[in-house]
Design a protein around this ligand. Structure first.
Ligand code: PLP
Length: 449
């Protein structure tokens, strides 16, 4: 058998790519990465790329943060791995649960660990099913989410996700209901004000609950700002309009903070930025600054008490992953929380967010940019063929793929999402690096349009 020689050919021969536009790979090849330096990644040819994608929203402290590396090494030396079951758990797990409840918006709570954000959403759904069944409502099982939401890839979390591509798997599963995406610019109707748009979405929620029956709905999940849907902040007043409806019908509201948590929107939690109180929080990604695969379900006081009672009733919560509460992951998470909150990272996001917005505002003056949107260090530019009518581009290789590919050639990683280009750099980004990001992006836009 002829072995391929280059790194790129080896990657393309033996690896099956996930979430990758294959025409782009065939056209421009794979970037095979050896290491990272601050917010940059370096490929096998020594080329540096400013990663305005933070890996996948998660490498918020950059790729070589010494404190995080030392925390991992120290814990590997002490105790390299263990589970959190059968009446045993590591001291690091104990400390992280205390810390997560302390930094959560809740007065008290409980934490359950997973290996990823998908598993944390999946776990939360199972927890709700378990809880409602224990409370005598086994039929309370349907899950409400929104179109364009992203909650993961397991069969359950992919069913929660509101993206058409999941139909290739025959998903969503029955009982997963998607409501209108709260993106006023795209889904607001002709002549409708933002206030009227929000009122329409609240009515849709109320009508859906009436149609399905509140006693059949287990919970409502939402990202404070939709991430993989294309960075979509909620329409003004959206959460304030829907929360009272959920409360009235005893439907728990879960804030999926896998992207928004720990500083991305400028405060510790997206729910604080948008001023609402959920019943539970889903965390991952930034939780370990991307240095370990880990997720967590953080229950607020009411759900914690009810789940506790349900567990006591059958003497066990029969769920968990081999590496739930892994001590190395917990040690890294403890350090990551400290780094983001106390080493000026969250502060840097708040300080540079206006500069970020000003840069995007300038670019959005271009005739083929329909909208810029975002908050903190998560932003998107939406490309349009015709600005006044907001008509999207068409064609096989989407315009956002072409922009992102051109950026990669220029040494900038950004993410094409639908018709949008997403920028979500690490929190350590300096002003000069932000300028470099905009300079390269503008050069790419000049080439594509
Ligand atoms: N929830 C949100 C909001 C996400 O953005 C993601 C991943 O991007 C997930 C859940 C799934 O997390 P993971 O990829 O770790 O399974």
């Amino acid at each position: 058998m002829n072995q391929p020689q280059s790194w790129e050919a080896r990657a393309e021969t033996y690896s099956l790519y996930g979430f990758t536009d294959m025409p782009s790979v065939h056209q421009r090849g794979t970037v095979v990465v050896t290491h990272g330096e601050g917010p940059y990644i370096v490929d096998v040819h020594g080329r540096r790329y400013l990663d305005a994608n933070s890996g996948l929203w998660n490498m918020v402290a950059g790729f070589d943060h010494r404190g995080l590396i030392e925390a991992a090494k120290a814990q590997y030396d002490r105790f390299p791995g263990y589970h959190a079951f059968f009446g045993r758990m590591s001291d690091q797990t104990v400390m992280l649960s205390e810390k997560l409840v302390e930094v959560s918006p809740f007065e008290s709570g409980r934490v359950f660990y997973t290996n990823s954000g998908s598993e944390a959403n999946d776990t939360m759904v199972k927890m709700l099913w378990f809880l409602h069944a224990a409370e005598g409502k086994p039929q309370k099982r349907k899950i409400l989410t929104r179109w364009n939401a992203y909650h993961g890839v397991t069969a359950v979390s992919a069913s929660m996700t509101g993206k058409p591509y999941n139909s290739v798997f025959g998903l969503p599963l029955p009982g997963f209901i998607h409501l209108t995406c709260p993106h006023y610019w795209r889904y607001g109707e002709e002549g409708e004000t933002e206030e009227q748009f929000v009122a329409r979405l609240a009515r849709e929620l109320e009508d859906t609950i009436t149609r399905e029956g509140a006693d059949t709905i287990a919970g409502f999940f939402a990202e404070p700002v939709m991430g993989a849907g294309g960075v979509i902040p909620p329409a003004q007043g959206y959460f304030q309009a829907i929360l009272p409806i959920l409360r009235k019908h005893d439907i728990p509201m879960i804030s999926d903070e896998v992207i928004c948590g720990f500083g991305r929107t400028g405060s510790t939690w997206g729910c604080l930025t948008y001023d609402f109180m959920p019943d539970a929080i889903i965390s991952s990604k930034n939780l370990t600054a991307g240095f370990f695969p880990m997720g967590a379900v953080i229950l607020g006081p009411d759900l914690a008490k009810r789940v506790e009672a349900a567990v006591e009733a059958i003497e066990e919560f029969p769920h968990g992953f081999t590496a739930s509460g892994h001590p190395v992951g917990c040690a890294i998470a403890l350090k990551a929380i400290d780094v983001v909150m106390n080493e000026g990272l969250a502060e840097n996001v708040r300080r540079l967010a206006p500069r970020f917005e000003a840069g995007l505002q300038r670019i959005a003056d271009r005739p083929n940019i329909g909208e810029y949107r975002g908050i903190g260090f998560m932003w998107a530019l939406e490309a349009v063929k015709d600005k006044p009518s907001k008509t999207p581009f068409d064609g096989n290789l989407s315009v956002s793929e072409r922009i992102a590919n051109t950026c990669t050639d220029l040494g900038l990683i950004c993410r094409p999402l639908g018709q949008s280009i997403v920028l979500c750099p690490p929190f350590i980004l300096t002003e000069a690096q932000m300028d470099e990001m905009f300079e390269k992006l503008e050069k790419a836009l000049d080439k594509v349009f």
